[in-house]
Design a protein. Sequence first.
Length: 367
Amino acid sequence: MSVTETRINLLDLDQVRMRAFFESIGEKSFRAQQVLKWIYHQGVTDFDEMSNLSLELRQKLQRLAEIDPPKILKEQVSRDGTSKWLMGFGGGNAVETVFIPEPNRGTLCISSQVGCALNCTFCSTGAQGFSRNLSTGEIIGQVWLAARALGHERNGKRRITNVVLMGMGEPLLNFDAVVGALSLLRDDLGFGLAARRVTLSTAGLVPGIDRLRETIDVALAVSLHAPEDSLRETLVPLNRKYPIRELMRSCADYVSDKHKRSVTFEYTLIDGVNDHPEHARSLVKLLRRQPSKLNLIPFNPFPGTKYRCSPESRIRKFQEIVMAGGLIATVRKTRGEDIDAACGQLVGKVLDRTRRSERLREQMQRT
């Protein structure tokens, strides 16, 4: 390797690619299994500590490869126990990763992009614009760092039981890197999570949902937020390209094959916008034949937004109507609000290539 060549980050490689890497450098493919265990089971980044590898192989890996997770720039812990880390990727970009502890599980929310290109009007991430996709190593590196910070496997206790791609970005617009990370989350040589414990959240990128169905087995969450097209186009502009009827077809296909997959529809309740009884009744008509769960999310305000959270009484009435209509509906409990770690509040640091954040600041100054 010449001095101008870059060492490969082994966090970018799932098991298939790791085996191919070892074969490409003249080693047996089973070395991939050994190294994956060191990285994800032992949390080791120093090749010298990989004691079941020969000295010659360790020296070769030091020349050709590295294990380079993101850097934790800041850590905050909420009064309710929620943890949030600002994770940096160089070049001034960073994302926020959140861990939510509960009595019977611990959920880690990770990001797939720096910023988001979709510009959903109720989301603080979208207001920041978009910089770039994250690599597989940058996505799985968030889990790796959080696991180490939390003592994930310490004393035999698994702190992270669920991982959701609900942070910054639209995962299906970064398909290949995201699938690589999902593979490592599912693989017993990685984090070994069951399919139902790994959830990908999408704003409704229909071709991506269809492709995901054919690629890997994980749970799906769809950001719906409205029961009819005209309103959803206002909240989720992607709906203009992939309207609700097409989205429902794709979701039905996702759960219809041999895998016992699940779909959760996320519905953020915004005061006076999508929270009236007629919206609830329309939602029942839309979803009653769709095997799914409904997650009602109280809107979490952020600086510059024109929206407000629905009153508690209206949230409960909305839930009553949809449940009376036969839907399974829960209201998401707001966690980490005092450290801006609640749903829709993640911001990070985005070198915005869209100028969306700049235009928003100009608009706020004029009003």
